[in-house]
Design a protein around this ligand. Structure first.
Ligand code: DGJ
Length: 693
């Protein structure tokens, strides 16, 4: 007897079928189904086109095994010295509660067990999919691939939006048509990577910014990964995501289990924005804040682009005074503070204050920052070592390496082998000692290179275990310093993912602070992660990474999309820009409660992009002109996020603008006809505030 098993969210449902013996089947994942599902179509009786087919119909397995009549990609590929390569369960146990389904599959011939847990959050419509494999034989099992999840996509899913990039150019939006060839994205950088975000969004012909059936998924993992979308014989597609394993990387001893990282997936009838909103709501619940709740995100001053390695206590104290006068709330001392670190050629690993730059240690500076009413934060890059360091001279064997192979440097550094407990202990003790007596509220945790020949002491690949050891080290710091927030940075946005998210409080989205570039980088980030976790700074007028110059108002308005900060030498600003920056900081503080709510974004023809934030009751709208207009009249901007039934009081606001009376506009007009936008020169912004009248 088969029985359909359903999980329902607010707007979505999923349906699985199991006869209790054979592999369970995927029936459905999509908009919410209502009513009794036991009476669905008898799919087993569906006709199919015969001719060179198996005598049994091939149905879409929830988690396909290899070699048992499934001709698509398998969700598990494993063997024991070339044997036991096929997988098909002969026992299936299912347990269901209101929102989750646990499925245990056992293959008594291969002696492999699988445990799948699917939980659909009824509030956010985000599906959490986890898989675990167990070796039930008395010989080791070599696992080549274990999908974290298999997701079904309907035949009308025809496009995939995904993100490529490089350092200082993260989240470059790409779109491919889905055909019959398998769509595949694979990352082998050893960290999440700038090049290949571990997630994507799949559209249907109906998908728009705010409407149409749309699917999205992301892997909660900070290492090598792979995702594939494969066309199936019935026109549907399967979407698999998981850890990309190196040869021989995963061997399970008799009785041992391996749990793959989680996949988060969602679908929505509200287009790109609907899937983004679901992710934001779900991921917000996963961030663990010091004190139990997020406090308003403080304005940062980060010293990197203003000072680089040029530290001295007196000028930093002066900088702190200037920062406090501007309204900055957190002062983050970036790279350059530790033992003989004058440039990027040396010292990573030697985590104690530079005796030349800080003869009294860091405490006087940190105390000064706190006395000025700001929090103090510090940059570290624990996983790295420069060959020119006391640490490397004492322990050259502590770097990940392969005997006989050259060690390839990147930014003059090597990666420490965190799978060696002595390395973790050293980092915890040394960094712990450096920060223990500081009034520290924040750590910026960086990682500035890819992993190459990542062999551990025994010569085995350590890519996957390195990520787990990184998580463990982070957690060790969190436990020892529970009041400290942590920022995940990897040369900008090289480690932005839902795996590290539950252990940190902010991401540095990119080393590129050029506001034009940031508009697209931030749009990509916001497709998956909420705005309050997105570090976005006002940089120098001429962006250091691109050489382009933009007015301060434009740079600040782009930084307002996320967790606002300043990263420039504020001592060099003229009086006018100093005043403007002070006003923007005050503006951000006034509105951060809306800026860190729901967000919506999109573009208009003729060189404008827009970003809305808040709720349907009260919102801010930023209209950015990125290129000069070619039109005489500006296009109106339809606002799909407003309530059509309400009236709104709309006011143009912003630093430097006097008080204006609101204009009353019907929600239905804003929704369909749109808000009139003003003519502007390029790289200017117009900001509107709307509230239910
Ligand atoms: C890369 C980061 O992304 C920058 O913000 C800065 O912290 C540098 N590393 C410091 O070396």
């Amino acid at each position: 007897m088969t029985r359909p098993i359903a999980l329902h969210g607010k707007q979505t449902s999923l349906l699985i079928e199991s006869d209790g013996t054979n592999a369970p089947l995927w029936l459905y994942w999509g908009p919410r189904l209502a009513g009794a599902l036991e009476s669905g179509p008898d799919l087993a009786a569906q006709p199919w086109a015969r001719g060179f087919t198996l005598d049994q119909p091939l149905r879409f397995p929830l988690f396909a095994g290899y070699g048992m009549g499934w001709f698509g990609r398998s969700a598990i590929e494993a063997h024991r010295d070339g044997r036991d390569f096929a997988f098909a369960p002969d026992r299936v146990d299912l347990a269901q509660d209101a929102h989750a389904l646990t499925i245990v599959l056992d293959d008594s011939i291969a002696q492999i067990g699988l445990r799948l847990v699917l939980a659909l959050d009824p509030h956010t419509d985000v599906l959490s999919f986890r898989s675990t494999v167990t070796n039930r034989a008395n010989r080791p099992l070599q696992v080549q691939w274990l999908a974290s999840a298999v997701l079904p996509l309907p035949p009308q899913a025809d496009r995939v939006r995904y993100y490529a990039g490089r350092h200082a150019s993260e989240f470059e939006e790409q779109e491919d048509r889905l055909g019959k060839a398998t769509w595949l994205r694979e990352n082998r950088h050893g960290i999440t990577s700038h090049d290949c975000f571990p997630g994507a969004v799949v559209a249907t012909p109906a998908t728009t910014e705010s409407g149409g059936l749309t699917f999205a998924a992301q892997l909660a993992w900070s290492g090598n990964h792979c995702q594939a979308i494969e066309w199936l014989d019935d026109g549907r597609r399967q979407w698999q995501l998981g850890v990309a394993l190196s040869p021989g990387e995963l061997q399970l001893a008799p009785g041992a289990s391996h749990e793959a990282p989680e996949v988060l997936a969602t679908c929505s009838l509200r287009g790109w924005q609907g899937t983004a909103r679901n992710f934001h709501q779900a991921l917000r619940q996963r961030v663990t804040w010091p004190g139990g709740a997020m406090k308003p995100r403080p304005v940062h001053l980060n010293t990197w682009e203003g000072c680089y390695f040029d530290h001295d206590e007196a000028s930093l104290i002066e900088l702190a005074d200037r920062a406090a006068a501007l309204g900055i709330e957190r002062f983050v001392l970036d790279d350059g503070w530790f033992h003989r670190r004058d440039d990027d050629t040396s010292s990573l690993g030697d985590w104690w204050p530079d005796e030349r730059k800080y003869p009294r240690g860091l405490r006087p500076l940190a105390d000064h920052v706190v006395a000025r009413g700001m929090e103090f934060g510090l940059w570290i890059e624990p996983e790295m070592v420069n060959p020119d360091s006391d640490l490397f001279r004492a322990h050259p064997d502590w770097a990940l390496q392969l005997a006989g192979r050259p060690q390839q440097l990147s930014r003059n550094q090597l990666v420490l082998d965190l799978t060696n407990p002595a390395v973790g202990d050293y980092l915890f003790d040394t960094i712990g000692r450096a920060i223990a007596d500081l009034p520290l509220s924040y750590l910026k945790w960086d990682h500035n290179r890819d992993l190459v020949a990542a062999g551990d002491a025994s010569g085995r690949p350590a890519y996957r275990r390195q990520v787990l050891a990184f998580y463990a080290l982070l957690e060790r710091f969190r436990a020892a310093f529970p009041g400290v927030e942590i920022e995940s940075c990897a040369g900008g946005g090289g480690r932005i993912d839902a795996g590290v998210l539950s252990r940190v409080h902010r991401f540095w989205a990119s080393d590129c602070i050029d506001a034009q570039s940031r508009l697209s980088i931030q749009r990509g980030f916001l497709q998956f992660f909420p705005p309050e976790l997105m570090g976005s700074h006002v940089g120098a007028q001429m962006a250091h990474t691109t050489g382009r110059s933009q007015p301060l108002d434009f740079r600040a308005a782009v930084a307002c999309q996320g967790h606002f900060g300043v990263e420039l030498d504020i001592g060099k600003l003229d009086q006018d820009d100093t005043g403007r920056l002070r006003d923007w900081i005050a503006f951000y503080k006034d509105w951060r409660h809306l800026l860190h709510g729901d967000v919506w974004n999109g573009s208009l023809p003729d060189g404008q992009v827009w970003h809305g934030a808040g709720s349907a009751d009260e919102w801010l709208l930023f209209v950015y002109r990125t290129a000069p207009t070619t039109q005489r009249y500006m296009p109106d901007l339809p606002l799909r996020f407003v309530d059509e039934a309400a009236d709104y009081a709309v006011t143009r606001i912003g630093p430097g603008r006097g008080k204006a009376d609101p204009t009353r506009i019907a929600g239905t007009w804003l929704h369909h006809a749109g808000l009139p936008t003003p003519p502007m020169k390029a790289e200017r912004v117009a900001i509107f505030h709307g509230r239910r009248a």
